[in-house]
Write a protein that binds this ligand. Structure first.
Ligand SMILES: C[S@@+](CC[C@H](N)C(=O)[O-])C[C@H]1O[C@@H](n2cnc3c(N)ncnc32)[C@H](O)[C@@H]1O
Length: 315
């Protein structure tokens, strides 16, 4: 997530210094930003890798790429931007020079400008249609289609699985009773009316919106496809840095990094190793790095950010 909703905060990438430090950005290094967004982290990487550092930036959202293009224009051909989901990371990198890189960054989730664009349907307050696709050119279903077409059972399962929403069934029932649901704001109102009155730290529709966004964009599947590709693209001692914003993403990243840091991944009950797995990563951050209270104060949406860093080992 790049930032908060205010204009001032809109230019502060989350955990900016921790990312540059975690990636150990160096002059002349080669980097991939798999979620280039508005180009905030990418600009930091390019500045810190001067002179001569290079960056390949990917994003699934064409309008994010246009913003990044403007932001990174002063770096000329040191920055190359490609419209692609990060699940095609290797193909995108091969399309350039195919050389191994010194760092790969994933800053997951959505950016504040995507949240602010009413027509995208990401925000509770949006009057626009419930779309939620990161890539509006994608043929996949929109959030409106899921909300209007799924059975009560499937909608309940979706809210439970991708939102970890304890009141999934109650919310799904209210949605089914209210559909068709025209806008993001209408959905937020239906959810708010359905949930119990106990105090929640977050907006009552947060988990419902998260669940729909994850489902629409197949976020967890694509991340699971992308992480091994990122490791393959790293040179020895190259760094992988991932910022996640909810526990489903963070769990996936944590498990991946743990598994890749082991020489054997056989079940513990097996007396001898049969897997032939070799560690490809060394864990750098045993516990994820969290934003400071000052950062959260300046940018409240950074509060759930968790950064994990790992280093490529020679096999
Ligand atoms: C939090 S923003 C990144 C902000 C960026 N680090 C910056 O400093 O401006 C996340 C970006 O990831 C993009 N994104 C989400 N899923 C993606 C995927 N599967 N492949 C590529 N980009 C993706 C979104 O479109 C969004 O622009």
């Amino acid at each position: 997530m790049c930032s908060g909703e205010t204009e001032r905060a809109a230019h502060i990438p989350v955990l900016f210094h921790a990312v540059l430090e975690g990636l150990q950005v160096r002059a002349g290094g080669r980097y991939i930003d798999a979620t280039v967004g508005g180009g905030g982290h990418a600009a930091g990487i390019l500045a810190a890798s001067s002179p001569g550092g290079r960056l390949l930036g990917l994003d699934r959202d064409p309008s994010a790429l246009r913003m990044a293009q403007t932001r990174l224009a002063s770096y000329g051909d040191r920055a190359v931007l490609v419209h692609s989901p990060f699940s095609r990371l290797k193909a995108a990198a091969r399309g350039q020079d195919g050389l191994l890189v010194d760092g790969v960054l994933f800053d997951l989730g959505l950016s504040s400008f995507q949240l602010a664009e009413s027509a995208r349907g990401f925000s509770f307050a949006a009057d626009g249609p419930l779309d939620m696709r990161f890539d509006p050119t994608d043929d996949g279903p929109t959030a409106a289609e899921l909300v209007d077409d799924l059975s009560l059972e499937d909608l309940t399962a979706l809210l439970y699985r991708f939102g970890e929403e304890r009141e999934a069934r109650r919310i799904a029932r209210a949605i089914v009773a209210a559909r068709p649901i025209g806008s993001a704001r209408e959905l937020a109102d239906v959810v708010t009316g359905a949930v119990s009155r106990r105090r929640r730290r977050i907006h009552p529709a947060t988990r419902t919106f998260q669940a729909l966004r994850i489902a629409v964009n197949e976020e967890l599947d694509l991340l699971a496809e992308a992480l091994p590709q990122a490791v393959e693209l790293l040179a020895p001692e190259g760094r992988l840095a991932v910022i996640s914003f909810h526990s489903l993403e963070d769990r996936l990243v944590k498990r991946f990094v743990r598994q890749e840091s082991r020489d054997c991944i056989c079940p513990p009950e097996l007396p001898i190793c049969t897997c032939d797995h070799r560690a490809t990563l060394k864990i750098v951050t045993r516990r994820p790095t969290r934003p400071s209270p000052e950062e959260v104060g300046a940018n409240p949406r950074a509060r759930s950010a968790r950064l994990r860093v790992a280093e490529r080992v020679a096999e």
